[in-house]
Design a protein around this ligand. Structure first.
Ligand SMILES: Cc1ncc(COP(=O)(O)O)c(C=O)c1O
Length: 392
């Protein structure tokens, strides 16, 4: 794959017809090192966030060998990674998927119902080597994408399921997800405290605790607390819990590991007032901008911004015929931007290419490696210094 110093260097070399995914493996590796060095347990990458082989390779090279997979297709893909530890963390799986996962060596499964427990028991032939995680629904505080409505169990039902699962599992785990792009650590504190009460109520020994994903990245409208404060809050929360002293911790970050590791480079095909018609959109990598109101950092990369030129808050239309193919923004760009200019849209690595489809015949991309730093980062040059400052 071609390598460029920056999106500007790419556009001065060629004028790509299709949108371009600019991949920064070094950025994913830096994020992975932060988690590996600071999280007191296993760091499992949430495969769904982005399965680019360049990013997987960077994460793996930096020491991430655990992966959270959510479908048979992801699992069959990820199982080819050497020495991999797979965790099948979707609480509702088909019987075939459970059977096949077990055949492929997977022993870690999540569940949030007695029906699913029975399915796992049946399809693994009553296996005695299972590590089963009961998914608890916890409040989503300060998260951009709450996840507690669809999955998770609470209260007396949860206590009963913990007891039943303990009877079947070789090791019992608990997992939860505080919601994606959670900007303050108190969500983890609340979740751990709720889970602690539940364990006391159920009276079970818990071998593993999986605090899920949800760790934030930076976006123009979202400035999260320092990442280290999340990890410190988790450590303090776990110390208060009625779990084994040697409980094995795990986290499953997706967004925080890869969001910064990709940019999208698009061309302006038309300008109508403050609306720019670009060649990727809601049915492509900008799904979250259209449907969840995410804003991403942007900059014009096709020519220098004329000195003193004002920045204007633009909205984007994507290339399909559909009028919901619209990203409100605001995306601040130079007032003179026009047809033929190119824009770098940063921090698109999490749930960008992973969600994109082929509607209207769009959805294919050029791909290049970018060697520069991401447009916004939670892992600055001084990431280690930030750790000390955040703890001071
Ligand atoms: C079970 C599970 N783990 C981890 C993740 C990754 O979450 P995030 O990208 O917010 O870190 C998700 C996201 O949907 C999930 O469903």
């Amino acid at each position: 794959m071609d390598k460029y110093e920056s999106a500007e260097a790419l556009i001065s070399d060629q004028k790509p017809e299709r949108p371009v995914l600019g991949v920064r493996p070094h950025t994913a590796a830096k994020a992975a090192r932060f988690f590996i060095n600071n999280f007191p347990g296993d760091v499992a990458y949430a495969y769904k966030a982005n399965s680019s082989v360049f990013l997987l390779g960077a994460l793996y090279g930096a020491g991430i060998h655990h992966f959270d997979v959510a479908s048979l297709a992801e699992l069959e893909d990820a199982v080819t990674i050497p020495g991999v530890h797979l965790h099948f963390m979707h609480p509702v799986k088909s019987r075939l998927a459970i059977r096949r996962a077990y055949e492929l060596g997977v022993r870690h499964f999540s569940l949030d119902s007695e029906d699913e427990l029975k399915k796992i028991h049946d399809e693994t032939g009553g296996a005695h080597d299972l590590v089963l995680f009961v998914r608890i629904a916890v409040p989503a505080k300060n998260s951009r994408v709450p996840l507690e409505r669809k999955f998770g169990i609470t209260g007396a039902k949860a206590a009963r399921l913990l007891v039943k699962t303990r009877q079947v599992a070789d090791e019992l785990g608990i997992c939860f997800h505080v919601g994606s792009q959670t900007t303050t650590p108190d969500s983890y504190v609340t979740a751990l405290s709720e889970v602690g009460k539940l364990i006391a109520k159920a009276g079970v020994v818990v071998d593993r605790l999986d605090v899920g994903g949800g760790f934030p990245s930076r976006y123009p409208d979202s400035q999260p607390a320092p990442l280290i404060s999340f990890i410190d809050a988790i450590k303090a929360g776990v110390e208060q819990m009625p779990v084994r002293e040697d409980v094995i911790l795990m986290c499953e970050p997706g967004r925080a590991l890869v969001a910064e590791a990709e940019s999208l480079i698009v061309r302006v095909d038309a300008r109508r007032g403050d609306d720019l018609f670009i060649n990727d959109g809601a049915y492509g990598t900008l799904y979250d901008a259209a449907h969840l109101g995410f804003t991403f950092p942007v900059r014009m990369v096709s020519r220098p911004v004329p000195p003193g030129e004002a920045m204007v808050p633009f909205s984007f239309y994507g290339p399909t015929c559909d009028s919901i193919d619209f990203m409100k923004g605001p995306f601040p760009l130079p007032a003179s931007i026009r047809e033929g200019d190119y824009i770098e849209i940063g921090n698109i690595g999490a749930y960008g290419r992973a969600i994109g489809g082929k509607f209207n015949g769009y959805g294919s991309y050029e791909e290049v490696i970018l060697l520069d730093e991401p447009m916004l980062t939670v892992y600055g040059e001084d990431a280690e210094a930030n750790v000390d400052a955040a703890r001071a």
